[in-house]
Write a protein that binds this ligand. Structure first.
Ligand SMILES: [Fe+2]
Length: 330
């Protein structure tokens, strides 16, 4: 059983913030977060939900220090429940960022470096300030390439084993713009009528990086990069292995439903995206220097809101953790 102090800590410390009415979460709801392994956990974390559908701000932890097994379990459970976890004020350098990434699983090599140059690199730089300090502007090919991230997507869904989470560490942000918007495909799935949910069960989707990047421009993907990422088949409905929660797994890389016409595929995928991304279901994250944000690529969709690279500097470092395996085996 959970220790009484755990109950007291959570009853007194957890509050809902943001646009909704303040409320204290039910103890049972919190217990379910930590019951993944059935072990008692003496938590020192404070968890503040940030949107009705998903997301939490978590304080009371220094991610620069090594995490023990119980804390790793707890963080996995928080990810399972809240999908997006914001750890403010962490200021991790690359070494600490990678160590935290490895504590959550196997780091995922950047498909761009791997596909273009055959190099394994765990970090991606998001924004226009490069590692050597060079600042790129709007007309640079790399800046244009990153506008592909302004379409609703989930990271790495075009890989046979897509990513579990992305982990973003924020260095510099623009004074204006540069937010990332998120929605929960789990909440959106739960809002579908039951007969629609049943119709989707058992379907698979072709995810194709070359298809999604063709919207950015004909030169967005080099031939070697394209050859390294053949289209893959993913389950349309995914199930969280810890909680049993279901969601649709689509986004900009989803080209078509296997065995369906392009027209019928677009009707289903685009129709779902339209319903899922209604304004009040969107959480727009305003990045803050020093914070670390982890999001669950299995069930969230996100997109960049854009910013003016001629006027502003933006630099964020991102790693990802590999998923458990191909979604077809889930
Ligand atoms: Fe992304």
């Amino acid at each position: 059983m959970f220790q009484p102090v755990f109950q007291t800590v959570y009853q007194t410390r957890v509050a809902l913030i943001g646009p909704s009415q303040p409320k204290v979460l039910e103890y049972d709801e919190l217990i379910s977060t930590f019951s993944r392994k059935g072990d008692p956990i003496m938590s020192t974390l404070t968890i503040e939900p940030i949107h009705d559908d998903f997301g939490a701000r978590v304080t009371g932890i220094d991610l620069k220090a090594p995490l023990d097994a119980a804390m790793v379990t707890e963080i996995h459970a928080i990810i399972d429940k809240y999908s997006l976890v914001n750890f403010p004020g962490q200021n991790l350098d690359d070494d600490a960022h990678l160590a935290f990434t490895k504590s959550l699983g196997e780091p995922e090599a950047s498909h761009v470096k791997l596909g273009q140059d055959g190099i394994i690199e765990y970090f991606g730089t998001i924004g226009n300030v490069l590692d050597d300090g060079t600042v790129l502007h709007n007309d640079h090919q790399r800046t244009r390439f990153q506008t592909g991230n302004n379409l609703w997507h989930t990271d790495s869904s075009f890989r046979e084993t897509p990513s579990y989470v992305s982990i973003m560490s924020v260095v510099e942000v623009p004074d204006e713009g540069g937010q990332t918007e998120f929605i929960s495909a789990r909440a959106a799935y739960n809002r579908l009528p039951e007969d629609e949910q049943q119709r989707m069960d058992g379907l698979t989707v072709i995810h194709d990086y070359v298809f999604s990047r063709s919207k950015v421009g004909p030169d967005a993907v080099t031939p070697s990069h394209a050859a390294s990422l053949p289209p893959v088949e993913q389950k349309l409905v995914r199930t969280n292995p810890g909680t049993g929660a279901k969601n649709l797994y689509v986004g900009s890389h989803a080209r078509s439903i296997a065995g369906w016409s392009d027209e019928d595929s677009r009707t289903l995928i685009d129709g779902f995206l339209e319903k899922a991304t209604r304004d009040d279901y969107v959480y727009s994250h305003d990045w803050k220097p020093g914070e670390l944000v982890v999001w669950d690529n299995r069930c969230l969709l996100h997109r960049g809101a854009g910013y003016d690279a001629d006027k502003y500097r933006r630099r964020m470092r991102q790693t990802r953790v590999c998923g458990a395996g191909p979604t077809l085996n889930e």
